[in-house]
Design a protein around this ligand. Structure first.
Ligand code: ZN
Ligand code: ZN
Length: 181
């Protein structure tokens, strides 16, 4: 009789099936006596329970931005999970470079912020709200604004009266403000 298993996605390291286990998610080629793969993702990362859907996306993209991680003291924070070639899962809060000053842009709970905000001699106020016009910016969209100065496609946004409009998000000429284009 076949053993029933819950497959959540394909292993980005070896192409095998990734199955749900009691502790998290494991590549089928990392089970048994002679494993040929090392992929084994804990079900709880940064004191946060991962959902099957998040793992499915993570296995496809190898990068996923999520909220709700928590320090030991219970302070919550967002971060980007990255899957290394050795199967390790790394937390990375830096998502790109500031188009205004070249500093690191970090994901915060409400905005992507320039890390030079408190710089003693050259403070930088550049930030991108994570919610603009009711649209929740994705990691890719924020990176496009930082790297290409404009999103590659129009984003769906909403007015006060509920009407929908679509604009690309880009940078003002001084590269400090986000503008709808
Ligand atoms: Zn594998
Ligand atoms: Zn900056």
């Amino acid at each position: 009789m076949e053993t029933e298993k819950k497959i959540v996605g394909r292993c980005p390291l070896c192409g095998g099936n990734v199955v749900k286990t009691c502790k998290g998610y494991r590549c089928e080629n990392n089970i048994g006596e002679n494993p040929t793969c090392c992929l084994n993702i804990n079900g709880i990362l940064g004191n946060r329970k991962m959902s099957d859907e998040e793992i499915t996306e993570f296995l496809t993209t190898r990068r996923i931005m999520l909220d709700g991680f928590a320090t030991k003291e219970g302070k919550t924070f967002p971060t980007v999970l990255e899957l290394g070639d050795d199967g390790s899962v790394n937390m990375q809060s830096v998502i790109g470079k500031c188009p205004h000053c070249g500093g690191d842009i970090r994901v915060g709970s409400r905005a992507f912020n320039c890390s030079n905000f408190h710089h003693p001699t050259a403070p930088c106020t550049f930030s991108i709200w994570r919610n603009i016009g009711g649209h929740q910016l994705t990691l890719t969209e924020a990176q496009e604004i930082c790297e290409k100065e404009i999103t590659s496609s129009e984003l769906e946004m909403f007015r006060d009266d509920g009407s929908v409009y679509r604009k690309r998000l880009g940078l003002s000429p001084d590269k400090l403000q986000i503008v709808k284009i």
